[in-house]
Design a protein around this ligand. Structure first.
Ligand code: PAF
Length: 279
């Protein structure tokens, strides 16, 4: 497995690959969710490239850029075990030399949900992802459904800008108790970790109610809110949003239907967790 740090090296490596290239973009601190994306790429592509880059442009001013977890040794080990062919591991100045004047900003689908609370986040994501696509020129890129809005935004950018890459969205990988895998789970202390499972619990409760015939959005949201409220300590934890949305437009629906998603974002202490479930 190669670990390449410069765009030039990566481009030279890429030129020599004949078969399909699968790409998994990450910010490192890899877990089983990333491994499942790598495995999906492995199945379809003869070459798998993983990028590891903590992208400063997608963090807001008061967000966790400096304390974002990093462990490159562990990441390299995981990638080797998952039979990754190449890691692209650029430094900040390689990706952002400091003289850039271009950002890629996808409109509308970035306005609701996380975009409402993290107004500069998605343009940071789309700018780095299009840069990575241009550097790596993958045939297929794999993203997780855990970041549902991100996957919709990237699909929209790919379509609108006629990017020559197929986007695959892979299912959420969960811990045994249902908590969606995320690098940020590392921030949770024991008490917070125990509370965190409530996100998934509340979503499944609402999905069960949907299966039993409840279509009223208010009713479904109340089921979730009631469950989450049990763990909310006033002044410490906070529900950011609970929404039932169409998975293409990300617009809130008036009446829930099969294929819609319930999405949730909650602060448990200082840690912001998101999750979603498809009805
Ligand atoms: O999902 C992530 O980890 C990041 O948003 C991504 C896609 C690697 C861009 O920095």
């Amino acid at each position: 497995m190669r670990v390449l740090k410069t765009i030039k090296e990566l481009r030279e490596y890429r030129k020599k690959i004949m078969g399909k290239v699968g790409f998994v973009a990450t910010m490192g601190y890899l877990h089983k969710g990333h491994a499942s994306l790598i495995n999906a790429a492995r199945k379809e592509c003869s070459n798998v490239i993983v990028s590891i880059f903590v992208n400063p442009k997608q963090f807001g001013r008061n967000e966790d850029l400096d304390k974002y977890p990093r462990d490159i040794k562990r990441d390299i080990k995981l990638c080797k075990e998952a039979k990754v062919d190449c890691i692209f591991y650029p430094e900040n100045k390689e990706m952002y030399p400091g003289d850039e004047s271009t950002i890629v900003d996808v409109e509308k689908v970035t306005e609701a949900l996380c975009g409402k609370f993290r107004p500069t986040h998605f343009r940071g994501v789309t700018t780095v992802v299009i840069k990575l696509f241009n550097i790596i020129t993958p045939d297929i890129a794999y993203f997780g459904q855990k970041d549902l809005q991100q996957s919709v935004v990237i699909k929209k950018m790919t379509k609108d800008l006629n990017l020559n890459v197929e986007i695959r969205v892979c299912s959420i990988i969960r811990e045994k108790d249902g908590l969606a895998m995320s690098s940020r789970n590392k921030y949770l202390n024991i008490e917070e970790r125990a509370k965190a499972v409530t996100l998934y619990k509340s979503l499944t409760k609402a999905r069960n109610a949907f299966k039993e015939g409840i279509r009223n959005v208010k009713e479904l949201k109340t089921i979730i809110k009631k469950e989450v409220d049990k763990i909310i300590k006033k002044g410490i934890d906070q529900i950011q949003y609970i929404d039932i949305i169409d998975i293409n437009s990300l617009k809130s629906v008036k009446k829930a239907k099969k294929g819609d998603a319930i999405a949730i974002a909650v602060f448990i202490g200082k840690t912001r967790l998101i999750d979603n479930i498809i009805l």
